[in-house]
Write a protein that binds this ligand. Sequence first.
Ligand SMILES: [Zn+2]
Ligand SMILES: [Zn+2]
Length: 171
Amino acid sequence: MAIKINDIPPEGLTVELAHKLDLFDNGVASTAFTAVLSFKPSGAGLFHVAGRIQAEPLLECSRCLKTFPYRIDAEVSVELAPASAVESSTDHELDRSELDTEFYQGEELEPAALIKEQLLIAVPMVPLHDVNCKGLCPVCGKDLNEAGCDCTRDDQGVFGAFSVLKDIFKK
Ligand SMILES: [Zn+2]
Ligand SMILES: [Zn+2]
C-alpha cells in the first residue's frame, strides 16, 4: 500500500484504496475499508493529506455485548511530516496543531497507519448497538432487549451482583 515519494508530482497524487486492516490489534485484519486520499507536497518533505475513509468495523455493544457493524464515514485532513524533522529539532514541543500531524520514515508514505488512526478516532468510546439498548440483566445475565426477566434489580445495575450475594447470605 506504500506510496513512493518520488511518484508524487508537485500537484499531488490521489489514491483509491480498498483493503482490510487489523483495527483493534487482535491479530486479524478483519476491518474492510475504502479510502480516497490525496497527497499534496507542501514543501520541506511535508504532505497535506485530505480525503475520505469509509469502513464498517464490528464493535461490541458496551451494554449487551452484542457485536454490531458500526458505519464510519470520516473526512480526513492531516499533515504528514518526515520523522527526521522531529529528531533534528531539539526544542521540539508538541503544540495543538501538531496533533493532526502524522510522521513517515524513509522514501515511502504508508497510508495504513494514518487510516487506522483516523478510524480509531471515529470509533465511539462507549459503543452502543442502539442508543436505547437495555443491556443485560445484572442478576441473571439475560439480554433485556429480547425479553424481560423477573429479577429484582436496583436501578443502578452496578449493585445487581451484590443483590445476588445478599440472597445467598439470607439462605
Ligand atoms: Zn446493546
Ligand atoms: Zn434477570
